[in-house]
Design a protein around this ligand. Structure first.
Ligand code: PMP
Length: 406
């Protein structure tokens, strides 16, 4: 069995050769956005160098080549997530757009007194659109609480479910803590009450290959930029029956069948939800990113990242007064921490001077910070191209910052 050859993988990422403040870059902000391999950069350059054209409309060769490549990318996304049909894959600008598309559609399906359930572990992207929906429709928003370990209280979830529940939306993995939520159980319980489920897969997608048919999920959203693809593109998976039921999100070109001033009819799936010229290059590059991730293999990625996570956790916990938030056994390679009463921003600023990129703050998940009664955390998030040496470097930098600040 071949061991994970991280040094050869690192050669695929030109940015990893950069220096920051005179030091080699240590990029531990992968949960915010991942870095881009040369294979994906090449797909972008190739598109704009050889076949940049608008899709689905032109009879000319370039337009056909672009259309074919874009639809091929859709099939790659379909295969990767094991959706039953290619037209169940809607290209969006990312997770946020995908969630808003569904939330907006549900405004025609909910009535006063219906209930919708969110979890305490969500990113603001998976809270705010539903609050807006509740305001618009008179539906009631309920929250699955969390515990000290950063896990959902599943018994309380079961209590919240009722015949009134229409929709449940949770993330697969928490961006702030890395907790992997028991989404299969969440989905099955919701379905038993006749409720639909949307899973925000933004943080799961780089680490876990989710199978749409096995999960039997109704909606699943991801962003390409968290899984080696470019920014500005993502996916909404929706079960065909749901996508047929939901009204279009935006009106415009591409999404129509016929237009007269009396009445417009909508195009079939997936085009009904893809108004306007999409990020054609981005979609194609998203496909290239999936090819890249799969060439390394999700099992290899997960095994290696778990080694990094275990090592970094062990080394960080040697620092006195350091507390890690999110201690679920099921977690991705994310460590959210504070040291004593030192402000996370101060640690982040000092270690940036040493070339290390981490995120500090509330991570767009203020309810989690409120739960722990803290303003924020330092979050180090690892990818398969990170190394143990980088972790040593990072832990050393955190110790220096602590000494300077206390
Ligand atoms: N949900 C989660 C769990 C996330 O981590 C993020 C990105 N930080 C989003 C949603 C939003 O993704 P995007 O900004 O790409 O739309």
């Amino acid at each position: 069995e071949r061991s994970f050859d991280v040094e050869s993988i690192r050669k695929d990422f030109p940015i990893l050769l950069r220096e920051v403040n005179g030091k080699p870059l240590v990029y531990f902000d992968n949960a915010a956005t991942s870095q881009t391999p040369q294979q994906v950069i090449d797909a972008i350059v190739d598109y704009y160098s050889r076949y940049n054209a608008n899709i689905h409309r032109g009879v000319h060769t370039l337009s056909q080549e672009a259309t074919d490549a874009y639809e091929e990318a859709r099939r790659k996304v379909q295969q990767h997530f094991n959706a039953a049909k290619a037209h169940e894959i809607i290209f969006t600008s990312g997770t946020t757009h995908a969630i808003n598309l569904v939330a907006s559609g549900f405004s025609t399906l909910l009535k006063v007194g219906d209930e919708i359930i969110v979890s305490a572990l969500e990113h603001h992207s998976n809270i705010v659109p539903w609050q807006m929906l509740a305001e618009k429709t008179g539906a009631i928003l309920k929250v699955i609480p969390m515990n000290e370990q950063g896990m959902l209280k599943m018994d309380e979830y079961q209590q919240l479910l009722s015949e009134k529940t229409k929709l449940v939306f949770v993330n697969h993995v928490s961006n702030a803590l890395g907790t992997v939520n028991p989404i299969k159980e969440i989905i099955d319980s919701a379905h038993n009450r006749g409720a639909a489920v949307l899973v925000d897969g933004a943080q799961a997608a780089p680490h876990i290959k989710a199978d749409m048919q096995e999960l039997d999920v109704d909606f699943y959203a991801v962003s390409a930029h968290k899984m080696c693809g470019p920014t500005g593109v993502g996916m909404l998976y929706g079960k065909e029956e749901w996508l047929k039921k939901l009204p279009p999100y935006q009106g415009g070109g591409e999404m129509i069948a016929t237009v007269t001033f009396e009445k417009t009819t909508y195009a079939d799936l997936p085009h009904k939800f893809e108004a306007g010229t999409p990020d054609i290059c981005g979609g194609i590059a998203f496909g290239a990113a999936l090819d890249y991730m799969n060439s390394i293999g999700y099992e290899n990625i997960a095994a290696y990242e778990h080694e990094l996570l275990a090592y970094a956790t062990q080394e960080l916990l040697k620092i006195e007064d350091l507390r890690i938030y999110g201690t679920s056994v099921e977690k991705t390679a994310v460590i959210s921490f504070n040291i004593g009463s030192i402000h996370p921003y101060d640690i982040g600023t000092i270690i940036d001077k040493l070339g290390i990129a981490v995120r500090t703050g509330h991570h767009c998940a203020q309810p989690i910070m409120d739960y722990y009664k803290i303003p924020g955390t330092v979050r180090a998030s690892f990818a398969f191209y990170n190394t143990r040496e980088e972790i040593d470097n990072f832990v050393g930098a955190v110790k220096r910052a602590k000494n300077m600040l206390s």
